[in-house]
Write a new protein. Structure first.
Length: 342
């Protein structure tokens, strides 16, 4: 660099911009590497960020002197790639965590309902399948109505559903009463009564059906309650709920195989990857499988955060600026000497 080189306003602006961008990158890199390096991630992120700043300065100097910048750019890309990976992990996990947990619970809730339908399809009914299916639908509506906070117990809507069930079965349904204020228990007992009316089951099958109905009802309710929580509460409670739901799901599915027989009912253990939320591999895998506008914005933002400053330096700096060291300004013109020095 020329001895007469000086920093202009444009150079100061570019320097401040570089410091700001790389400072943000440093913080996100620190967060993104914590799950791998723990407390050492702070030092690693700081070293990487300082190297990026140094390489930006070296690139500017090389461009001003007209030297080749290929090797410096290669080194910058290599180091910035580590920051990019960590940045993406930190940003994607931070903004997508709640959606990931919510979608996982919704999917589990659907799996529970599908498991219930699958188990019930293997049971023996006293009525034709179409009639049995309609009775089952009415029964579930009745159980949900009984525990509805807006109208708990056997009110007018519940009684209307009971009349529909009586028409389908041709049998009388007894109106049971709650024990204290335990409407969950009342709903379960009413459901069991209707099951006994329409099904020809062994004790094990009857208990299995009762338990799957109870679990589906419970997890439908808990999922709706979870979705109504604040973002912070969702992030705090989600993993525990998911683990508990998975435990119930796998326990009932395995039990159904034992009760119904493997030739009649096949079940595969369900696993969740939400324990990996926050890990680098999970962030990229989830982004690829669910790629959309949000994923694109996060990806583009991380690329700009780590690479835009070096692109600007390469585009606006040229050897013509060597006389005044300004990256964005033009060459300083030298005036003609009217009176020669003696």
């Amino acid at each position: 660099m020329s001895k007469n080189s000086s920093l202009g306003a444009s150079d100061l602006f570019l320097g401040v911009l570089a410091i700001l961008l790389i400072s943000v990158s440093f913080y996100q890199t620190w967060l993104g590497l914590e799950q791998i390096f723990g407390n050492a991630s702070f030092v690693i992120a700081l070293v990487l960020s300082l190297l990026l700043l140094f390489l930006c300065w070296m690139l500017r100097a090389a461009k001003l002197e007209g030297k080749s910048t290929g090797s410096l750019v290669g080194i910058y890309i290599f180091i910035a790639s580590f920051c990019f990976i960590a940045n993406f992990n930190a940003l994607y996990t931070r903004f997508m965590r709640t959606d990931i947990y919510s979608n996982e619970l919704r999917t589990l809730n659907e799996d529970f309902n599908n498991l219930e339908t699958n188990i019930e399809s293997k049971l023996s009914y006293k009525y034709p399948k179409e009639t049995a299916r309609n009775i089952e639908i009415k029964k579930k509506q009745l159980m949900a109505q009984i525990i509805d906070p807006a109208n708990q117990g056997i009110g007018s809507r519940a009684q209307s559903l009971i009349r529909d069930i009586e028409k389908l079965t041709g049998q009388k349904v007894d109106l049971l009463t709650p024990v204290g204020n335990d409407y969950d228990d009342l709903a379960q007992r009413m459901g069991n009564q209707i099951d006994n009316m329409v099904m020809d089951l062994s004790p094990d099958e009857r208990n299995l059906k009762s338990d799957i109905n109870s679990s589906v009802l419970k997890w439908n309710k808990r999922t709706q309650e979870f979705l109504a929580l604040s973002k912070k509460d969702k992030d705090d409670l989600a993993q525990t709920l998911i683990d508990n739901a998975l435990t119930d799901y796998n326990k009932i599915g395995s039990r159904a195989t034992n009760v119904l027989g493997e030739d009649k009912f096949k079940f595969e253990i369900l696993n969740s990857k939400t324990q990996d939320v926050g890990k680098i591999g999970y962030a990229f895998e989830h982004a690829v499988k669910n790629f959309g506008m949000y994923q694109f914005v996060v990806l583009a933002g991380c690329i700009l955060l780590d690479f835009v400053i070096v692109i600007i330096i390469l585009l606006v700096t040229s050897a013509d600026n060597n006389s005044n060291g300004s990256v964005l300004g033009g060459s300083r013109k030298k005036g003609r000497t009217l009176i020669p020095n003696k």
